[in-house]
Design a binder for this molecule. Structure first.
Ligand code: KIV
Ligand code: ZN
Length: 537
């Protein structure tokens, strides 16, 4: 008899794995840990913490999440592994410290993937699945198998694949629409058919069926929900829908659809929806991936009513134009308004309410930034505080640091920037440059110090709240030479030029840390100043 709770849709969050595969969304190990803690707070059932075999850093990050977040009452911690022995063994090294570990192994099963990616026959694929699921199951009781590119796999072969995975001990069968190709109705039919036809994995079994959809045609959420209607009881999602190419299904959209339409779905999730907004902001700030204003649930305009007729209806009764309240997803107006008269204690309490336990020197640091902001801005909102925390405490290892910056611009003369920075060797370097505008001049000046060739592929600036004195947030994305990899950076400051430089430097530091580009060779300091002289202190 099945012991599976069929009324529960399990939320498998892959922000730290598929989400981190978004171009430029690289996260440091400390950032991953903090996001994982917040995902646990949000109530996700499974955290896919990474791809341990990808690099020693990935393995270490998964191990940290497993041991610190994967407690008995915490979520299952999963790691991804290709269907090869080395990956599966490394994955186990990553997740085994969790109280509830899971190995998630996968193999491409569409003819396109078999022919062009692995170069193996269908028969060989079945053998590889048999070996890898058996190995994974010998290490871990909880094993998930994904036939990658299932959306373009021959449905009959897919049944054979799933049957072998179950026979060898897979406890979750995850069906990915890897390239976001399938239509919702087709997808629902495919999932229903797999559940009905796969030997050993029918509705009476203990196998959990899962869906993993990509958003290439903007259908990820629709497909995921069609999968749920067809019987899937796990959905693989990311915060803000970040992920490969056009992204994955967004957690907040799938969860809020199930919660907002109880008569339709008659299902539940374990998500504490009031934590959604905070998690969304954290992921956006740490990855440098800005949320579009019209994004469902978490966009800045998701609960804004502009048209007169809508405003009129809202004033009479909010149900006229709102299908869920902003409070349900954690968009709240703080009862405690912080301003320039607020003290350290009020700030500490508010930060605690937001989930940040900050004490001692760190609190002093935030308090100083808070006071500066409160001097120029009447009230400091939760979003301002979250931006300050992200700016102050998160980001890559600081190889190059900004000390001071001065910019001259306007209608007369050339925009000119002078930066004073500390380089990797701890020396102070001053460099000046002219540019077509103040940001360009600053970036050229920074380039003069860091010497890491790159292409700026994205630059965006927006204010955290309304008003001329608002804190400015800047996100940038740069591409390493040859376009092989891209890196993101985030900066927040009430001066947008300073925020711009912080964001650029964060992206450069990530690139230097990952690829070594721009580090001065041993014994040779990269110190240049405007006159070409060494400017060490
Ligand atoms: O999109 C995909 O197919 C994946 C698998 C590894 C599950 O991310
Ligand atoms: Zn994916």
């Amino acid at each position: 008899m099945s012991v599976v709770d069929h009324n529960l849709v399990r939320i498998f969050d892959t922000t730290l794995r598929d989400g981190e595969q978004s171009p430029g969304a690289t996260l440091s190990s400390a950032e991953k840990l903090e996001i994982a803690r917040q995902l646990a707070q949000l109530g996700v059932d499974i955290i896919e913490a990474g791809f341990p075999a990808a690099s020693p850093d990935d393995l270490a990050a998964v191990q940290r999440v497993a041991s610190e977040v994967g407690t008995q009452n915490g979520p299952i911690i999963a790691g991804l592994a290709r269907a090869v022995e080395k990956d599966i063994l490394t994955c186990w090294e990553g997740v085994k410290l969790a109280a509830k570990p899971r190995i998630h192994t996968f193999l491409g099963t569409s003819d396109i993937h078999l022919k062009y990616q692995t170069g193996i026959t269908r028969e060989k694929a079945l053998e590889v699945i048999r070996q890898s699921v058996t190995l994974a199951r010998s290490l871990c009781e909880d094993v998930e198998f994904s036939p990658m590119d299932a959306g373009r796999t021959d449905p009959k072969f897919l049944i054979e694949v799933c049957a072998i995975a179950v026979e060898c001990g897979a406890t979750t069968l995850n069906i990915p629409d890897t390239v976001g190709y399938v239509m919702p109705q087709e997808w629902g039919e495919l999932i229903a058919n797999l559940i009905a036809e796969t030997p050993g994995a029918g509705p009476g079994s203990n196998v959990i069926w899962s869906v993993h959809c990509h958003n290439d045609l903007g259908l990820a959420t629709a497909n995921t929900l069609a999968g749920v209607v067809a019987g899937a009881r796990q959905v693989e999602v990311t915060i803000n829908g970040i992920g490969e190419r056009a992204g994955n299904t967004s957690l907040e959209e799938a969860v809020m659809a199930i919660q907002t339409r109880p008569q339709f779905y008659k299902l539940r999730t374990n998500i504490n929806t009031r934590e959604i907004m905070k998690t969304s902001r954290m992921v956006s700030n740490y990855t440098g991936m800005h949320v579009q204003p019209n994004k469902a649930i978490v966009g800045a305009n998701a609960f804004a009513h502009e048209a007169g007729i809508h405003q009129d209806g809202m004033l009479k009764n909010s149900s006229t134009y709102e299908i869920m309240t902003p409070e349900t997803v954690g968009v709240t107006q703080s009862k405690l308004v912080l301003g320039k008269h607020s003290g350290r204690h009020a700030l500490k309490v508010r930060l605690q309410e937001l989930g940040y336990n900050i004490e001692g020197d760190a609190l002093n640091q935030v308090f100083a930034r808070f006071k500066d902001l409160a001097d120029s801005k009447k009230t400091v909102t939760d979003a301002d505080l979250q931006a300050l925390i992200a700016d102050e405490f998160h980001g890559p290892e600081e190889i190059f640091t900004l000390e001071d910056i001065q910019v001259v611009c306007g209608t007369m003369g050339m925009p000119t920037a002078t930066v004073k920075m500390r380089n990797a060797e701890g020396e102070t370097v001053i460099h000046a440059a002219v540019g077509v505008g103040p940001v360009d001049a600053c970036y050229r000046a920074v380039d003069g110090v860091v010497k890491a060739p790159n292409t700026l592929i994205e630059y965006s600036v927006h204010s955290v709240t309304e008003g001329i004195s608002a804190l400015g947030e800047v996100t940038v994305r740069i591409e390493a030479p040859g376009g092989a990899r891209s890196f993101g950076g985030y900066g927040a400051d009430s001066d947008i030029i300073v925020a711009s430089v912080k964001a650029y430097l964060a992206a450069l530091n990530r690139m230097v840390a990952a690829m070594g580009i721009g580090r001065a060779p041993e014994g040779e300091a990269a110190t240049v100043n405007v006159s070409g002289e060494k400017a060490t202190e």
